[in-house]
Design a protein around this ligand. Structure first.
Ligand SMILES: *Cc1c(COP(=O)(O)O)cnc(C)c1O
Length: 401
């Protein structure tokens, strides 16, 4: 059948009510195991001679529907679902590396991914390097004979630097090294790394894919061989599978992904303009802000800028915390991509484990605030931000008083 558009696939792919007694919503197959009609059928299933379910750690129909859907939306061949984003990241990196190999990473990775890479180093001598990935030459200089993965996050959390995925993929092809992209901050509606030449896409589905702040989950998309092999090795034998109920929540969330991403992005663009004009805001970071040095790359590879904004308030840590405490209905919380606008202070929350010196190098100052724009009316979001920003008493403002 002719390929349908993203919005249509997001509602339909991977599920047909005809196969499920007409149930419009995907049934939740809340079962640990599946019965066989005969001993011989059990034998055939285990031998891989007959398609069918055996046990939910090896596959479950609700989870399968989700895997097919995310694969299509990322324009990949197959998908695999995990209990958390970190289960997806760890299964992928364990699958792709052997002891004594090397992983080349973009700078400013998600904190727990950084933690996982430290474990791989300690236990298996798998070393990692972290570079800005700004030019082809810089990437080439850091590729070693033992490099087995190039691992990229873009836009980078929380400074919103953007890496040119097409460029990274081009260099990686020369060396036949797979490129893995953590696409959590964009979702497939805004950015499709496989279309740009990358090999494997990972999501913390906890964020935009779920979209409602009610599930922790992970997804991986890649070539059929890679995914089926991972399902039967690092997933089957290590674990970390997604539950059928969580798959159902994600199937539901994905149906509105395009609508939500449009709204999150529009709101963010509107709020960015206003933040930039506020006297108590020092600096704003957003991929689709024309003043962002990576604006042209963002425009080239992303449909819209998504909902996450970072900004520095004037003053110091005290003023940043004061700003959060004065918010009236906007919530202080980590995570992103939910219907609720959530705001946090990276230096003391998501990036508190990073030593201050490294934090500063990453551009995470004590006055940096990260905000995930929700689905509320932008006027209300701005009104709350503005009243709270107005209350910040910086030393500078005090002099003027
Ligand atoms: C949240 C997040 C993860 C980890 O996902 P969990 O679902 O919390 O395990 C990985 N990468 C990025 C970019 C994230 O934001």
């Amino acid at each position: 059948m002719k390929e349908r558009r993203f919005e249509t696939e997001a509602v339909h792919v991977g599920y047909d009510s005809k196969d499920h007694l007409g149930s419009l919503s995907t049934p939740i197959y809340q079962t640990s195991t599946f019965t066989f009609d005969s001993a011989e059928q059990g034998e055939r299933r285990f031998a891989g001679e007959e398609e069918g379910y055996i046990y939910s750690r090896l596959g479950n129909p609700t989870v399968t529907a989700l895997q097919e859907r995310i694969a299509r939306l990322e324009n990949g061949e197959a998908g695999l679902a995990f209990a958390t984003g970190m289960a997806a990241v760890s299964a992928t990196l364990i699958k792709l590396t052997k002891a004594n190999e090397h992983i080349l990473c973009s700078q400013g990775l998600y904190g727990c991914t950084f933690g996982l890479l430290s474990i791989l180093d300690e236990k298996y001598n798998i070393k990692s390097d972290y570079i800005s990935m700004e030019t082809e030459d810089q990437i080439r200089e850091h590729i070693l004979p033992e490099t087995s993965v190039i691992y990229v996050e873009t836009p980078i959390n929380p400074t919103m630097k953007v890496i040119d995925l097409e460029m990274v993929a081009r260099v990686a092809k020369e060396y036949e090294i797979p490129v893995v992209v953590d696409n959590t901050f964009s979702s497939p509606y805004l950015q499709r790394p496989i279309d740009l030449g990358c090999d494997i896409v990972i999501h913390s589905a906890t964020k935009y894919i779920g979209g409602h702040g009610d599930v922790v989950a992970g997804l991986v998309v890649g070539k059929e061989d890679f995914i089926s092999d991972m399902a039967m090795t690092t997933q089957k034998d290590i674990g970390g599978q997604m539950s059928p109920f969580d798959a159902w929540l994600l199937l539901r969330g994905i149906k509105t992904l395009s609508l939500r991403m449009e709204r999150h992005s529009q709101t963010a663009e509107t709020i960015v303009e206003r933040l930039k004009a506020h006297q108590n805001v020092e600096r704003v970071y957003y991929p689709f802000d024309p003043d962002n040095p990576d604006y042209h790359i963002a425009k080239k590879q992303m449909r819209l800028g998504a909902g996450v904004i970072a900004f520095e308030v004037k003053g110091g840590k005290k003023e940043a915390q004061e700003f959060l405490n004065h918010l009236s209905f906007l919530k202080i919380a980590v995570s992103l991509g939910d219907a609720e606008t959530i705001i946090q202070h990276p230096a003391t929350m998501t990036h508190a484990v990073v030593p201050e010196e490294s934090r500063e190098k990453m551009g995470i100052s004590n006055t940096l605030i990260r905000m995930s724009c929700g689905l509320e009316a932008w006027e209300d979001i701005w009104a709350d931000l503005e009243q709270s920003l107005d209350k910040i008493k910086t030393a500078e403002a005090n002099v003027l008083d």
